[in-house]
Ligand binder design. Sequence first.
Ligand SMILES: [Zn+2]
Length: 465
Amino acid sequence: MKIFFILISLCVQLTFAQSDVINNLYHDYQKFREKSFTNKEVKHDEITPLIESLKDNDIFELQCVRTSLLNREIYRIKLGKGEKKIFLWSQMHGDEHTATKAIFDILNFFKSSDENYKSFKEELLNQLSIYIIPMINPDGAAINNRRNLFEIDLNRDALNPQSPESKILMSSFQEIEPLFSFNLHDQYSNYSVGKTNKTAAISFLAPSTGEKTENPSQIRSKQLIVNLAKSLNRFIPGHIAKYSDEYEPRAFGDNFQKLGGGVILIESGGWKADDKKNFIRKLNFLTLIDAMSSIAKNTYTDAQLEEYNQIPFNQRRHFDLILRNVKIEKNGNTIMVDIGINKSESRQQSTIIEDIGDLSNYFGVTEFDFSGYMVERGKSKELTKEMGQVELFDLLKNGYTSVILKNDVKLRNNLPQNIITRQPTSNFEYYKKSAELIIRKAYSIEYIIVKNKIYNVRKNLVMDF
Ligand SMILES: [Zn+2]
């Protein structure tokens, strides 16, 4: 009996110890954050010097596994000498950058000489062998494109891999035979947790094997997810979801699960006013270190599968912005509607009006009640000579949300307006159109929406949404 109690108290201590480390890391994160990434996107030439710098440090083993179609080196980094092997890869989709940045934060954590985490790191490196391929699709990343140079979605190329990047992933997996695999992606930032008003900041999935019964690989993935979700919930209560578990026979996650790789899909979602996903990146850092700790200490094995089932699925019940109770006018008729707007995930597209009408059962990551205001489409102006920033802002304040460049006028694309090539044909269309909007009260223009921004004309303020 006494031994039993000692065991129990030891387990409690271990659990506390682990959660304390993650809690401390939450506060110490800035120490390890890789400072050289300044944009939302991250490209191969930004990670190359960081990988090169690992060569000077004994704890890392570096291997250039192959080059991409455009001759960019794809590296595999190994650290730790433990029996339990884990494998992480990021940016299989070139426009999904968040986890790549978090991986370099993690490498900084292992590089650091911070005494507070010394024994924790030693235990991880003794128990685990950690294999990491950051940015498996560098050619896609270079142009912020989901697909590779062949325009192939690598995550549909697992059955009989054709692209060099897919071959690297498959052969690395077969060589490593990991106990756990982490498939790191980004998802739309406006997914919600079930039908709630909370954004899905992080979504997990233990991919299916396509079989009716679960294999041991899927069971241990689910158990680890239960632990990770609980731990993360301290920092972002209610913002954790489960990704759709539909079986996709051509995807790597599903195939690796079949092969026993203990696959965990982590999707980086959205957080209010976190356009560059800095906070989501921090959550990636925490949850991946938490996972390493949980695997090293075997603390996931007691988790109840029922708790996995209770994690709500992702849903698209959110818009990035909802304008509530605005009036729109058509052919002399005025009605009141809500307008749901989504910002673009990539720079190539503009902000889109996703839906219009009664959106009372939807949520906006940002919402404004514009009762009494009128919304109409922005105007466009032909520019026949170059204009300075001040003049362009004056045009914007007068409702000109786009410009058409004539007579070879060249302007850099950092102007407040969208550049278009011809005059819009109708002033009355909203649905699925670019969200270039004027919001006015009586005849006075009060707000302008263009390019993921709201301008408060009266106060001269700009807000990202
Ligand atoms: Zn993806």
